[in-house]
Design a protein around this ligand. Structure first.
Ligand code: OOB
Length: 544
């Protein structure tokens, strides 16, 4: 195995002494994703890897399709380390595409189906992407028009590959060629970019290597006891770190199990799939968990195969957590993770109270945690503080973000998660809040500054501050507090303006309030805490 290759410029990496230690301790084993699929095809060739739509692909079929697609992408001119923005819904082809890219060392940038021109244009431009992969239509939206728009403003973008009716672009189905031998990546190479939920004006890109991500899969598979008998339902957006790798679909492949794709997480789509495919495990965010718990469909479908429901992405209330087993008849596993790395799980055999009241503990004994005060000084045991973390699958920096990295990481390489946590005497984490300027809208992360910048572009907006307001269903919703310039615009007009600027719909404020001035902190900055507090008082009636 060679590790001598230069790293991709702009991707901070682990210091050599850490890398050596992680290799020597066996965390990094010199595997790559391309080889992983090859190995599974060899060992489990005839077993079903992936079910979705009309497809039912065995490991051997998936492997062969990946080889053909990789050859076709290579024939188009896509090369090792080229960036490719992938924005596909929960279809089997998602994995065909990303494994083809993995195998040739090209780098998927994982966009979500909800992203629009603002986000996609930025990802394509920032990563200098050469290709963009989309469905023709999904969720009532035509991605081909979006691709036109993005292509016009991204000089590097040469290919738009469409799953389905390609229109003026290239049909993904037409790309495959006879397999050719391609030089694969090194295990220490970046494999892809995940997106950060972030708190800054633009989303940050998270470079994950084959070595580190495969270790996170192996550890996840171990903790979650995935095996050849696992049937995993992918109900959350496939590109998100949780259903991708905690242990998710990639963990399912690692274990030789079967992944089933649900185009929607709603009970009318997911429950029949659980019944038909005898699904054993799936992952949801808290609001969807509430929908499943309250669904009358639970009685109409046989969900008895379901052993574990994983819930994460946002804080699950203890009350909802306690309802999972009695209502759905399966175990609960809380998952507190982040695309930057660290993932905490409650363990399957933990006592019920620990599962219901905590967000679990790190999956690896090599995860280092610090809980500190505002000055980076460790708090007393059991006190709430900022969570910092470092380890063999937690990044050391975002892609091409030197100035931001200096703030987001400590000098000795700990990632500042922005989460406020406390540690229980048993060593479990409880998420108590958040210090980062972000709204966690039921698992969908909204960076306040990003929305504020878009609002500030409106001629009638003098200043804007975006904050979270409590919500019974989503946990939090987004409120934009605006100081108007002259007469206040209609909230609907402001939201239409944001949509027209191409902002993903989950980032459009749920509520807009107009004020004459913002409360200030001692040093004259906007006090978001005071804003949140005053909104909480004035919004005692739930908004429609
Ligand atoms: C997951 O990843 P991201 O990158 O979308 O968001 C990470 C952030 C965390 O820093 C934390 O603020 C929040 O989401 N979060 C939770 C949580 N899980 C994530 N907050 C409270 N309780 C939880 N259980 O969201 C993610 C990645 C991998 C696995 C699971 C979730």
């Amino acid at each position: 195995m060679s590790t001598a290759r230069e790293h991709l410029p702009g991707c901070p990496t682990w210091p050599e002494d850490f890398a050596r230690r992680y290799r020597e301790a066996g965390y990094w084993r010199g595997e790559t994703f391309g080889q992983l699929l090859r190995d599974r095809a060899r060992d489990f060739g005839t077993r079903v890897a992936l079910v979705g739509g009309a497809h039912r692909w065995t490991y051997a079929e998936l492997d062969a399709r990946v080889d053909r697609l990789a050859a076709g992408l290579h024939a188009l001119g896509i090369r090792s380390r080229d960036r490719v923005v992938v924005q596909l819904p929960n279809v089997p082809e998602f994995y065909e595409v990303i494994f083809a890219l993995f195998r040739m060392g090209a780098l998927p940038v994982f966009a979500l189906p909800a992203h629009r021109a603002s986000e996609i244009g930025y990802f394509c431009a920032f990563t200098e992407a050469v290709a963009y992969v989309i469905p023709d239509r999904f969720g009532g939206f035509d991605y081909r028009g979006l691709a036109e728009q993005v292509k016009a403003s991204t000089p590097t973008l040469q290919h738009v590959l469409v799953l389905g009716d390609a229109g003026s672009h290239t049909a993904l189905a037409s790309v495959a060629r006879e397999p050719v031998t391609l030089e694969g990546p090194s295990p220490s190479d970046v494999a892809f970019f995940q997106l950060s939920g972030g708190s800054t004006g633009v989303p940050k890109l998270i470079p994950r290597t084959h070595d580190d991500y495969l270790y996170s899969l192996r550890a996840s598979v171990d903790v979650c006891r995935f095996s050849r008998d696992t049937v995993y339902l992918c109900a959350l957006p496939a590109a998100h770190n949780f259903p991708l790798s905690s242990p998710g679909v990639l963990g399912t492949f690692y274990a030789g199990g079967t992944a089933v794709m649900a185009l929607s997480p709603s009970p009318d789509v997911a429950f029949p799939l659980i019944e038909r495919e005898r699904v054993t495990v799936t992952a949801l965010v808290p609001p969807l968990t509430m929908v499943w718990l309250d669904s009358t469909l639970a009685k109409k479908h046989d969900l008895s195969s379901l052993e574990v429901l994983q819930v994460g992405g946002a804080r699950l209330s203890d009350e909802a957590a306690a309802r999972v087993r009695p209502t759905l008849g399966c175990g609960l596993q809380q998952v507190f993770g982040m695309a930057e790395g660290l993932v905490n799980y409650t363990r399957l055999d933990d006592p019920e109270t620990r599962i219901v009241t905590t967000q679990g503990r790190p999956m690896s004994d090599a995860d280092e945690l610090r809980v500190v005060d505002d000055d980076d000084v460790p708090v007393a045991p059991g006190e709430t503080g900022h969570l910092l973390t470092r380890g063999p699958y937690t990044i050391r920096g975002y892609y091409k973000a030197e100035a931001h990295n200096a703030k987001a990481f400590t000098p000795d390489g700990f990632y500042r998660t922005g989460d406020l946590v406390r540690l229980t005497p048993e060593g479990d984490l409880v998420v108590e809040g958040r210090a980062k300027d972000q709204i966690n809208r039921g698992g969908d992360k909204v960076a306040a500054e990003e929305v504020e910048n878009h609002l500030l572009a409106h001629p009638s907006v003098s200043d804007a501050a975006v904050v979270a307001i409590p919500d019974r269903f989503l946990g939090e919703r987004t409120c934009a507090v605006v100081i108007p310039r002259g007469e206040a615009p209609a909230p609907s007009a402001l939201n239409a303006f944001l949509r027209q600027r191409g902002l993903a719909s989950f980032k459009i404020p749920d509520r807009i309030e107009f004020v004459a001035a913002f409360p200030q902190t001692g040093v004259g900055k906007v006090s978001k805490k005071a804003l949140r507090d005053s909104l909480r008082q004035s919004l005692s009636t739930p908004s429609p």
